[in-house]
Design a protein around this ligand. Structure first.
Ligand code: NAD
Length: 285
């Protein structure tokens, strides 16, 4: 049982964890903290949090569990503000979509070592919507959470974070920071680039009104994630630049191959690309 949870960034991810822990009766009190007073007031009204403060240092001062769920570009600033303010029993975890940047921010802010109480994490769950109004208690049910402890991380802290996620119905796995960022570049970050890139390319065409008017279900399904938060995705791209640009260039090669195959009217080659892709999707998705 968590006695006092501090959620820094009470949006979709932070708000949903607070709601889920409440629904599971696994938390005593929830303190919210964020940059937007309006959002924090809404979180209070919705019963997601019991109280709020505006300074991260004040939010964590009496917490036994801290969840940081702000955009990646804001994490270093939060670390700097909680530095020296945590009680000895507190464990801190985060929900950032890239783990290398969180670990290097921690090394920079905390002076070389990642603190033993910090357990970098990433729930593989979400929607294209943002803000506490979009949060819901079942978001993490039957979803995976990846924890990426580093050699300095206290195993006891990992166990407490694991227990928290299991209480809200998630399956917790552990992997290295580097492996996490490569895997997520392929499975999440690349598809988001394709959706943003496709919609942007069409939006910049001259007759885009007509193009969008005739867009059907496939287009809608494929591009749903292009409605995701631009700020969050800017930060993810900057934080995972190397792995993501590598994936984009591999994908560019695939598109060139497809384009050449179409141009040369190679029916057999087209069939085999689509059959290979369909079989892979049916096996894994
Ligand atoms: P969100 O926009 O819904 O919520 C972010 C919250 O952080 C907002 O309430 C915002 O006001 C607050 N915030 C922003 N800057 C702040 C700062 N400097 N100090 C304090 N609060 C600040 O976003 P989200 O979807 O909940 O994403 C939060 C984190 O979770 C991001 O790091 C993202 O990479 C990660 N994540 C998102 C998803 C997803 O699908 N949305 C999935 C997994 C992980």
């Amino acid at each position: 049982m968590i006695e006092r949870l501090a959620v820094i960034g009470v949006g979709l991810i932070g708000g949903s964890l607070a709601r889920a822990l409440r629904a599971a009766d696994a938390v005593g009190e929830v303190i919210g903290c964020g940059r937007s007073l309006e959002n924090l007031k809404l979180a209070l009204e919705l019963g997601v949090i019991d109280d709020y403060v505006l300074e991260p240092g004040d939010a964590v001062a009496d917490a036994d569990m801290v969840f940081i769920a702000v955009p990646l570009g804001a994490i270093a600033g939060v670390f700097a503000k909680i530095k020296g303010r945590l009680p000895a029993r507190a464990v801190v975890t985060d929900g950032g979509s890239v783990k290398g940047s969180v670990v290097s921010d921690a090394r920079r802010v905390f002076g070389g070592n990642v603190p033993s109480w910090l357990v970098p994490g990433h729930p593989i769950a979400g929607t294209e919507r943002s803000g506490v109004g979009s949060s819901f208690p079942d978001l993490y049910q039957n979803r995976r959470v990846i924890l990426t402890p580093v050699p300095e991380t206290d195993p006891g802290a990992v166990a407490r974070v694991r227990a928290m996620w299991e209480q809200v119905g998630s399956e917790v796995t552990e992997m290295s920071v580097e492996h996490h960022d490569e895997v997520l570049a392929a499975t999440s970050h690349l598809p988001h680039m394709l959706a943003f890139g496709l919609v942007d390319a069409l939006a910049r065409m001259r007759s885009n009104d007509e193009i969008f008017r005739y867009a059907a279900g496939g287009f809608r399904d494929f591009t749903r994630i292009a409605s995701s938060s631009p700020e969050m995705w800017r930060d993810i791209c900057l934080a995972n630049a190397e792995a993501l640009s590598g994936m984009l260039s591999r994908f560019g090669d695939e598109m060139n191959e497809l384009s050449n195959t179409i141009r040369s009217a190679d029916a057999d080659a087209l069939l085999s690309i689509f059959e290979r892709a369909r079989a892979a999707r049916e096996r894994y998705v």
